[in-house]
Design a binder for this molecule. Structure first.
Ligand SMILES: Nc1nc2c(ncn2[C@@H]2O[C@H](COP(=O)(O)OP(=O)(O)OP(=O)(O)O)[C@@H](O)[C@H]2O)c(=O)[nH]1
Ligand SMILES: [Mg+2]
Length: 218
């Protein structure tokens, strides 16, 4: 009985040793695949950069208009009503000079914890704000500044959305409310007015300018 137990322990040890050796050998063989999700992402990002792909992170509080902006920009959809994004939303756009890949992460409180993870992995941050919702400016500001503290270099485009609403504030008021002056001299920062999601309104001019700007930034 004791002998059997010894044999089974020895066999388990041999299997574990073989597994470890195999793991090390495979890692060595696939040199570019390092055992970390971040490193793996970097490898993917390198490959994508080689193929002319650029990543744009789209963030902002829930209901700000992130999905509406992407629908307009990519599908030209003026009427589609968006459902709140419960997780991630990935869209790709063929621009003349490169392929723009947009990653929207939902703005709900539970999803905001994921925002930070993507900051260092993207080329540009687009931050969408509902210009008509003054009561949420302090929250929008805090979330934006929290993100900007994580990465001091990434260019930022703030979209002051819902300009069609009667109570929307001007971009200069938004500039002050979001304390953008505090970050403008440390990085490339742009503030654009937009109206994206309401039926019958043409936001195409600002969207064209927006797309051009993105191409210049990446
Ligand atoms: N009037 C007006 N409504 C807009 C505009 N942009 C978006 N909306 C509306 O605002 C609501 C929320 O828009 P979404 O695009 O889903 O917002 P979101 O930022 O993606 O929200 P989450 O996915 O929940 O984080 C929708 O009912 C849109 O139709 C705009 O420029 N003007
Ligand atoms: Mg959304």
């Amino acid at each position: 009985m004791v002998l059997l137990r010894h044999i089974s322990v020895a066999l388990s040890a041999a299997v574990a040793a073989f597994g470890s050796a195999l793991f090390i050998a495979l890692n060595y063989f696939y040199r570019r695949r390092i055992w970390s999700s971040e490193a793996e992402y970097c490898t993917i990002k390198e490959d994508q950069e080689e193929r002319g792909k650029r990543q744009v992170l789209v963030l902002g509080l829930d209901g700000a208009g992130k999905s509406s902006m992407l629908q307009r920009l990519i599908a030209g959809n003026k009427r589609g009503h968006c459902q709140p994004t419960r997780g991630f939303n990935f869209m790709s756009l063929s621009a003349p000079t490169c392929q723009l890949e947009f990653l929207e992460i939902g703005g709900g409180e539970d999803l905001r914890t994921y925002w930070a993870e993507y900051m260092r992995k993207m080329h540009v941050l687009v931050y969408v704000v509902d210009s008509s919702d003054r009561s949420r400016f302090p929250q929008a500001k805090d979330e934006l500044h929290r993100l900007l503290r994580l990465d001091t270099h990434i260019p930022v485009v703030v979209l002051g959305n819902k300009q069609d609403k009667p109570n929307a504030v001007s971009v200069s008021e938004l500039y002050t409310s979001l304390s953008l002056g505090a970050v403008a001299d440390k990085r490339q920062l742009f503030l654009l007015a937009a109206q994206l999601g309401s039926d019958g309104l043409d936001g195409s001019c600002s969207l064209q300018a927006f797309q051009k700007l993105l191409q210049q930034l990446i």
